[in-house]
Design a protein around this ligand. Structure first.
Ligand SMILES: NC(=O)c1ccc[n+]([C@@H]2O[C@H](COP(=O)([O-])OP(=O)(O)OC[C@H]3O[C@@H](n4cnc5c(N)ncnc54)[C@H](OP(=O)(O)O)[C@@H]3O)[C@@H](O)[C@H]2O)c1
Length: 301
């Protein structure tokens, strides 16, 4: 039986969901894939916080006990750029594969990290960084690897989609933002979502995977009171490069995006040979994002 020992950085919404999912799926994965999963250590900041379903003996506030300890692979679920980047660089230098949900880190220093990983012969899995539980990175990297991708169009930010769905039902913009915060979709400071920057970060990651061409032009417009429709992110091949657009657009009732409501995400990938492929589902949240992390763990391991 193959064994994968996992060092986990972070035990919040995503990291906590990952622990619960590993516990729930361990036996099935053993039988189905012949892989024995073990979480060896978990980094948190505050040991006194309650972490339901987590073995407290695994918790530590010392990152080196996780990264340099007894593990084959590191799952990064702390978020942010600086500290997470330091930990990921160290894990790569120690020859660990890394699995991350951190789109901000990849948007800020993805190229450098992927180069370092390639030099060290390790893998960075990042399915969870875009569209939570919707396997769009896997579709681009594997299922559609044989085709030339012409465009990727998506609803990539669940908070904006939730807010715009509520506005459509007559709720005020500011109340809709508060509802999104109460339901755990929007951050206390939702400006990264509402400005379109979160969608732009995810779009850059998808474009990097799908196109072997430089970005010629990037335009990012967010949503505000008075916006109607959907926040659409589009990456498309243009002469000699790629164009990235994030902007609110009206979509016709016949368009597949018309049925994508609340915190759902969706992506239409258009390939030269395959035509249009439509993916949709839960783009964030504890368990969907954990499922994407675990898929990467199984693939790396
Ligand atoms: N939430 C989602 O639905 C979602 C979806 C897709 C991707 N993501 C990404 O997943 C990552 C984690 O998000 P999250 O929502 O799970 O965040 P979160 O709930 O705030 O959890 C963060 C965890 O990391 C720990 N942590 C943070 N900074 C640390 C540090 N400097 N040293 C040690 N531990 C530290 C926290 O410990 P304490 O609790 O002890 O402070 C907490 O356990 C982010 O990159 C986010 O963009 C999230």
């Amino acid at each position: 039986m193959k064994r994968i020992r996992i060092g986990l950085l972070g035990c919040g919404t995503v990291g906590g969901g990952f622990v619960r999912l590993v516990n729930a799926e361990r036996e099935r994965i053993r039988t189905r894939y012949g892989v024995d999963l073990e979480i060896t250590r978990i980094l948190v900041r505050d040991l006194d916080k309650s972490h339901a379903g987590v073995d407290r003996a695994l918790l530590t506030t010392n990152a080196l006990e996780v990264i340099d300890g007894d593990c084959d692979l590191v799952v990064e679920a702390i978020g942010g750029v600086h500290t997470a980047g330091t930990f990921v660089r160290r894990a790569i230098a120690r020859g660990r594969d890394v699995v991350t949900a951190n789109k901000a880190l990849l948007a800020a220093c993805g190229r450098e990290l992927f180069r370092a990983a390639a030099e060290r012969g390790v893998t960075i899995g990042f399915e969870a960084s875009v569209c939570g539980g919707v396997p769009v990175i896997g579709a681009l990297r594997r299922g559609l690897a044989g085709d030339t991708i012409e465009s990727i169009t998506g609803i990539l930010n669940g908070t904006c989609n939730y807010v715009l769905s509520r506005v459509e039902q007559g709720v005020s913009f500011s109340d809709a933002v508060v509802h999104a915060q109460e339901r755990g979709f929007a951050e206390a400071d939702p400006s990264l979502d509402l400005s379109g920057q979160d969608a732009a970060q995810k779009l850059r990651i998808l474009a990097e995977v799908a196109f072997d061409a430089p970005v010629h032009r990037e335009v990012v417009r967010g949503i505000a009171s008075g916006t109607r429709g959907k926040l659409i992110a589009e990456a498309r091949r243009v002469a000699g490069g790629v164009e990235l657009l994030v902007e609110p657009r009206r979509v016709g009732i016949d368009h597949p995006f018309a049925r994508v409501i609340d915190e759902q995400n969706a992506v239409v990938i258009r390939g030269r040979a395959v035509g249009e492929v439509f993916l949709s589902g839960r783009g964030a949240g504890s368990m969907p994002t954990a499922a994407a992390l675990l898929a990467d763990v199984l693939e790396c391991g």
